[in-house]
Design a protein around this ligand. Structure first.
Ligand SMILES: NC(=O)c1ccc[n+]([C@@H]2O[C@H](COP(=O)([O-])OP(=O)(O)OC[C@H]3O[C@@H](n4cnc5c(N)ncnc54)[C@H](O)[C@@H]3O)[C@@H](O)[C@H]2O)c1
Length: 292
């Protein structure tokens, strides 16, 4: 049976997108958040997506109206969970917040309800012990702007039932995602395991003053026919977060990466934290990597 009744926990950046995308594709969605203020924010986040779907997905007014009609908002956990086929957890990336949430769920769920976490940096094996259903829990990781970057990485734990993994794989397809299956746990899933060394290589080149970000990006873009390179991507994610993640990856003696990160820190100190601030490695809205 298809997973048609979806609860999304957390209506922030990703939760609002998961709720919208699921409803857009015909699922019945309940968006649960902690209190009225958080729900008001969640509603705003959801409403903001209308224009994006109009622009990027050619969504019609009827489709948008139907999407909204399929999303209910509540801060009442019991009401949210009634009849849920799947709970997609998109609450803050903090193990103590997540563990409290999963402990709270236990005893309120139907027997068959599947739980998935959208965690980016935690492993599902760190979370599973707080659930009451080790056979019905896995990570389902979406990328920001899920309607466009429609990748969904599935990462089960050793106790996850294979039939449950298959159901979640089908669910991901039904909501317009391209599911990618991991057969064992990997920090950063597949995508970030590929991206991190690539960004580090770019930062080393810049750290050694071999080339400027725009030339490094253009090199990659021309060779692979892509619309962005590593520095453009880092600007998109936001330099504070990128700096924090990559600082943890500096091995002893990796001075080129250290130099690259120090140069990035100077941008951050000057308030140039990427696309969201209008400046980072590039100035927006017309970044240099697009001009050649
Ligand atoms: N932002 C991204 O680009 C991105 C991408 C992929 C995955 N993720 C992951 O998705 C999850 C959420 O990230 P985000 O960026 O959407 O966070 P966010 O801070 O934008 O939103 C978190 C939401 O959770 C709500 N919340 C807090 N405690 C809660 C609780 N106990 N129960 C229900 N709701 C609660 C908050 O009110 C808020 O609406 C994290 O695990 C993150 O790693 C984020």
């Amino acid at each position: 049976m298809a997973l048609d009744n979806v609860v999304v926990a957390g209506g922030g950046t990703l939760g609002s997108q998961i709720a919208y995308q699921s409803a857009f594709k015909g699922k019945h969605v309940v968006l649960y958040d902690i209190n009225e203020q958080a729900l008001a924010n969640a509603k705003k986040n959801v409403d903001k997506l209308d224009d994006r779907y109009r622009e990027d997905m050619d969504a019609t007014d009827d489709q948008i109206q139907a999407t909204h009609e399929r999303i209910k908002f509540t801060d009442d956990l019991d009401e949210a969970l009634k009849g849920a086929d799947i709970v997609v957890e998109a609450i803050p990336e903090d193990l103590s917040i997540k563990s409290d949430f999963y402990k709270k769920l236990a005893g309120h769920l139907d027997d068959d309800t599947i739980l998935v976490s959208n965690t980016s940096t935690l492993l599902p094996s760190q979370i599973v012990e707080f659930t009451d259903r080790p056979d019905k829990f896995l990570a389902l990781h979406f990328a920001n702007e899920i309607w466009k970057r429609n990748l969904a990485e599935l990462m089960p734990v050793t106790t996850t039932d294979k039939a449950v993994v298959q159901k979640v794989n089908d669910f991901a397809k039904e909501i317009g995602m391209k599911p990618i299956m991991l057969t064992k746990e990997q920090p950063g899933y597949v995508l970030n395991s590929l991206i991190d060394p690539w960004e580090n290589a770019a930062l080393r080149l810049w750290g050694r003053d071999v080339a400027e970000p725009a030339d490094i990006d253009k090199d990659w873009m021309v060779a692979f026919g892509t619309n962005m390179g590593p520095f453009a991507l880092m600007d998109m994610v936001g330099l504070e977060l990128v700096h924090e993640i990559h600082s943890r990856q500096v091995a002893p003696g990796d001075v080129d990466l250290l130099h690259g990160l120090n140069k990035m820190q100077k941008l951050i100190d000057a308030g140039k934290v990427g696309q969201k601030s209008g400046q980072g490695f590039y100035s927006y809205p017309n970044p240099e990597f697009l001009n050649f």
